[in-house]
Design a protein around this ligand. Structure first.
Ligand SMILES: CC(C)(COP(=O)(O)OP(=O)(O)OC[C@H]1O[C@@H](n2cnc3c(N)ncnc32)[C@H](O)[C@@H]1OP(=O)(O)O)[C@@H](O)C(=O)NCCC(=O)NCCS
Length: 157
């Protein structure tokens, strides 16, 4: 990761920045992005947390996660196209894992559209496919696409 990138905890006060990064990061064709009220709703729930990555002080990426009773979920991760392939996504993922461990999470779950190139990133970081949800994503093109569910065990160290 380049030296000018920082990752800090965020809150509902950062929702504007999150929605900007979301709009740049997710192709609306696939229906993966969340709305502002959906993000605000999750951030109002117990156990959720937001991380913001900034490059030279500007929002470049984010990760939204939740942990309850030893189970964690990476809900969303996005990096603006101009900041990709520099390790920001990996750094966000590493930080989610570290914070999940600190919350006594022993299994971290995520769900991803079949065919999303992010799958390579997840598999390289220890996530293994555990299931499939048929037709879970419905995008602007009206096509239904499956969600794959992934899990990474976080053994207590
Ligand atoms: C997934 C994502 C967060 C990765 O961010 P990043 O900062 O580029 O991640 P890193 O630089 O740490 O790692 C890049 C890796 O991501 C994977 N990857 C994800 N999307 C990719 C794409 N469109 N093209 C090529 N590689 C991609 C590859 O494995 C790549 O590894 P490589 O550099 O060895 O080829 C970013 O591509 C993104 O925002 N995608 C759109 C939003 C999304 O689909 N999020 C996941 C579902 S919630």
């Amino acid at each position: 990761m380049v030296a000018s990138v920082t990752i800090t905890a965020g809150s509902t006060a950062n929702l504007g920045a999150v929605m900007q990064v979301m709009a740049d990061s997710f192709d609306p064709t696939f229906g993966e992005a969340w709305t502002d009220p959906q993000c605000a709703g999750i951030l109002g729930m117990m156990g959720s947390w937001l991380l913001i990555a900034r490059a030279d002080g500007e929002p470049a990426g984010f990760a939204l996660s939740r942990a309850i009773a030893g189970e964690g979920e990476l809900l969303l991760i996005g990096v603006r196209p101009q900041h990709r392939q520099r390790g920001i996504g990996t750094a966000l993922l590493d930080r989610v894992v570290a914070e999940a461990r600190a919350l006594n999470v022993t299994a971290l779950h995520l769900e991803v559209r079949e065919g999303n190139p992010a799958i390579a990133l997840y598999e390289r970081n220890g996530f293994r496919q555990v299931g499939r949800r048929a037709g879970y994503y419905r995008g602007r093109d009206g096509i239904a696409r499956d969600a794959l569910t992934y899990k990474r065990n976080l053994p207590i160290i």
